[in-house]
Ligand binder design. Sequence first.
Ligand code: ADP
Ligand code: ASP
Ligand code: MG
Length: 449
Amino acid sequence: MKFGGTSVADPAAIERLIGIVRRQTVSGARSAPVVVVSALAGVTDALVAITQLAEEGEADRAAAALRALVDRHVEVATAVTSGSRARLVDEVTREFDELAGLVHALAVLREVSPRSRDAVLASGEIVSSRIVAAAFNDCGVRASWVDARTVLVTDAEHTAAAPDMDETRARAIAALAPLGEDGTVAVLGGFIGATPAGITSTLGRGGSDYSAAIFGASLDADEIQIWTDVDGMLTADPRIVPQPRLVPRLSFAEASELAYFGAKVLHPSTILPAVTKNIPVRILNSRRPENAGTMIASNGAPASGQLTAIACKRDVTVIDITSTRMLMAHGFLRRLFEVFERFRTAVDVVTTSEVSVSVTVDDTRRLDAILDNLHHFAEASCEREMAIICAVGENLRSDPMLFGRAVTALDSIPLRLVSQAASRRNITFVLRDADVPHAMMRLHETFFR
Ligand code: ADP
Ligand code: ASP
Ligand code: MG
């Protein structure tokens, strides 16, 4: 059971969380659940801001921002505990004291490496999970805090580390399974892990969902539950389309596409561990725990002649690569993609024509180097402030009319690239970022009203 930032935001949220977990603990499950929590709402962003202040050498401002975080955590810790209050407050304060020392050192150096950044950001999940574990015990739910860094083993790709599934599975079975069998709720921070050498790492922003799936798969859980602040996967991003509808059932493949193309409710890697063990993933609202939420499993909803949902990924860059001489000569595409590989930049959408290849990327940190290298054998130009809209549905495979309806819905909105993936489970449109709200509304109106 994974609880996101808003589901642990304050004492009231933590009380709701305890109620939800308590009901599942007594409902006759074969073992107690494992609980994975995010940092309290807004804390990871605050820690990112603190690393920025450190980089600018603003030691005092960084320290002040950190003190505000200490106060907030001590206040929440005090409110949700009784018997273990003194010990918890002590633990929380000690964690932040250590962090203050680290932040001060970084501010003196004015340098935050990816590794240091992970050490700073991990504090959010370390303290939130300690608070939740103590709160459980004081409310009569037997729980044990487990340092996620001793279980989730990752590579050293700091800020976007990948799990070592075999090692993590072995450790999860050793550390977590006995707790569950004994009826004790294991509580861990999401998002964080450690390298084999024990250096703190993180899975990338939004990574607590992924942690939950990694632990769930490692323990052959019956279900992986993602508790959040919306009713489930919605037909569109509610921040862009007002009042989207709930999608009650999704296939793993549909959920992966939506998560990858911007449905923030699920970290894009969450589905991977679930698929390998065929474990259903459920998205649930911690404010309305009685609702059924969204069920994600190997097969989605029965055919309905409809799309399942639409998602969008904003602020991407389109790169057009043209070579009149070389294009489509064998080896050209290999050479082209080798450039992206060398600079470790993922390509999202690809389209080709007789004389050009267009790709989109959202990580532009190495864009200049990529363009320089492409120029060795082709002309290349890029266009920023673009976006991807992805319409997803298993029904796209069987109903050719859906594609036409989607294009018609977009009417006069200029489309830069259009592609239908080989899986035929999605249609992808690349367009100007400024056109996204309008385009999303048009599509949503057409398919979901
Ligand atoms: P948590 O802190 O629980 O991990 P997130 O903020 O990461 O929560 O994800 C939940 C948010 O994702 C929702 O509040 C919503 O604004 C956003 N979101 C974007 N697209 C979708 C979608 N298709 N369905 C549901 N929520 C979405
Ligand atoms: N706290 C982390 C973040 O904000 C991880 C998560 O919430 O999933 O990115
Ligand atoms: Mg999230």
